[in-house]
Write a protein that binds this ligand. Structure first.
Ligand code: GDP
Ligand code: IMO
Ligand code: MG
Length: 422
């Protein structure tokens, strides 16, 4: 059976930390979508690691890590990640396997991303500019290059044809972006050589066999449900299915092989990039969340927008993914708030609703809040659920009752050890 771990909000919920915490229970950790737009942070032994493409189980000896077919790989960023792991003597050559069917991000995909965003002006998505959209467009347009292509001698011919086409499209945008393609291509080729040192596999076959042998597999999601290409706040989304179904297409796992669906959410909400965010705060409370929670993007360093927990959106994500258990992150960040607000309904065009409507832009939606008592205690040194303050337990009980799913972990700090099991 395969367990899934997914972000339920707009990404950065703390997926990396929890995958690292759970890896000891698994034989295989497999990323199924997204690419280096992701930034998954892990902290242990006083060191912080940020992974972009490589699954978050890589620091454990017991698990094999797989980059699945649904992922898009930039060899340049990938090499950088490998180099970082090398500094910590991580044996990635034997522990990291790459799907032949994963698509490659070319330097020109990154340039296309920049040109497309520049052409949008104020309506820009706020992309991480890692070339994600253009690469998935080439995938669905049936023009893409895949990891498996690198095993054939003619890959550079294929590369040239695609890159030339991209250059023509970049010209069409007429955007003011400066670049030196020869330099970018040289860097790309170095990345490709680093990638080729790893083992390429038919990952669907590998995972199928592993399941038959009774191996325990955890599928690691990137981004969050509200960034899903189908179910997110379109067009302010990413270009892959970040929801549970993405694990089926991104790894070749059949729906009836999925067991636990672990949903990760922050005790509040953040969003980086453009797009609607009903509970966003523009006041001192939002600034406090950002400061205490150190809310800066792990990939781009941009400040994350902060706001109260949105239960309407969270319920939607729980439903779409079939979440069987929840993990609440960053509870420590809310310590010190006298009152904690939770959005339990939307005022939508004058009517009170409890489902996510077609548009959640602020001109249509005003959040309706329930207020709860906060807690003053510092949670970061607590290690048992018996230590948690009564008002935090009330908050947890309220969320469980609203969502009808148990909260199994409360995270009280970025370190591996700051994790309370319930
Ligand atoms: P991911 O993309 O879902 O893996 O999340 P990110 O790594 O982008 O962002 C989560 C940030 O919060 C990282 O800096 C983590 O180190 C940090 N973090 C994770 N859990 C906690 C927690 O419980 N409390 C605090 N204060 N920080 C946390
Ligand atoms: P992890 O896995 C938060 C956001 C971008 C932008 C939109 C589209 O770390 O949770 P893209 O680069 O995909 O074209 O950007 O999606 N975004 C993320 N936000 N966490 C992420 O990943 C994200 N990946 C993309 O900021 O708004
Ligand atoms: Mg992140």
């Amino acid at each position: 059976m395969v367990d899934l771990l997914l972000g339920l909000q707009w990404g950065d919920e703390g997926k990396g930390k929890i995958v690292d915490v759970l890896t000891k229970e698994y034989d295989i950790i497999a990323r199924f979508q997204g690419g280096p737009n992701a930034g998954h942070t892990l902290e242990f032994d006083g060191i912080k690691h940020v992974l972009h493409t490589i699954p978050s189980g890589i620091f454990h000896k017991n698990a094999i890590n797989i980059v699945g077919n649904g992922v898009v790989i930039d060899p340049v960023i990938f090499k950088r990640e490998l180099d970082n792991l090398g500094k910590f003597n991580i044996d990635f050559v034997s522990k990291l396997l790459i799907s032949r069917k994963a698509h490659l991000i070319l330097p020109t995909h990154r340039l296309l991303d920049a040109a497309s965003e520049a052409s949008k002006g104020k309506a820009k998505i706020g992309s991480t500019l890692k070339g994600i959209g253009p690469t998935y467009m080439d995938k669905t347009g049936r023009n893409g290059m895949r990891v498996g292509d690198l095993e054939f001698d003619d890959w550079k011919t294929k590369y040239r044809a695609l890159a030339d086409k991209h250059e023509a499209i970049i010209d069409f945008y007429n955007a003011e972006i400066e670049y030196n393609l020869a330099e970018l291509e040289a860097e790309f080729c170095v990345g490709v050589e680093a990638l080729k040192k790893l083992t390429f596999i038919d990952s669907e076959e590998y995972i199928f066999k592993a399941q038959a042998e009774g191996k325990k597999i955890l599928a690691e999601g990137a981004q969050g449900s509200l960034l899903d290409i189908d179910f997110g706040t379109y067009p302010y989304v990413t270009s892959s299915n970040t929801t549970a179904a993405g694990a089926c297409t991104g790894l070749g796992v059949a729906p009836n092989s999925i067991d636990r669906v672990i949903g990760i959410f922050k005790a509040y909400t953040t969003r980086v990039g453009s797009g609607p965010f009903p509970t966003e705060l523009f006041d001192e409370d939002g600034a406090t969340m950002g400061r205490v929670g150190n809310e800066f993007g792990a990939t781009t360093g941009r400040p994350r927008r902060c706001g109260w927990l949105d239960l309407v959106a969270l319920k939607y994500a729980v439903q779409i993914n079939g979440v069987t258990e929840l993990m609440m992150m960053k509870a420590d960040v809310l310590s010190g708030f006298k009152t904690i607000k939770v959005c339990t309904a939307y005022d939508y065009k004058g009517k009170k609703i409890q489902h996510l409507p077609y548009s959640i832009e602020s001109e249509y939606v005003t959040p309706v809040y329930t207020e709860m008592k906060g807690w003053a205690q510092d949670l970061t040194k607590m290690s048992s659920s018996a230590d948690l303050p009564a008002t935090l337990n009330d908050y947890i009980a309220f969320l469980e009752e609203q969502l009808q799913v148990p909260i199994k972990i409360v995270s009280v700090g970025p370190d591996r050890t700051q994790t309370i099991h319930r």
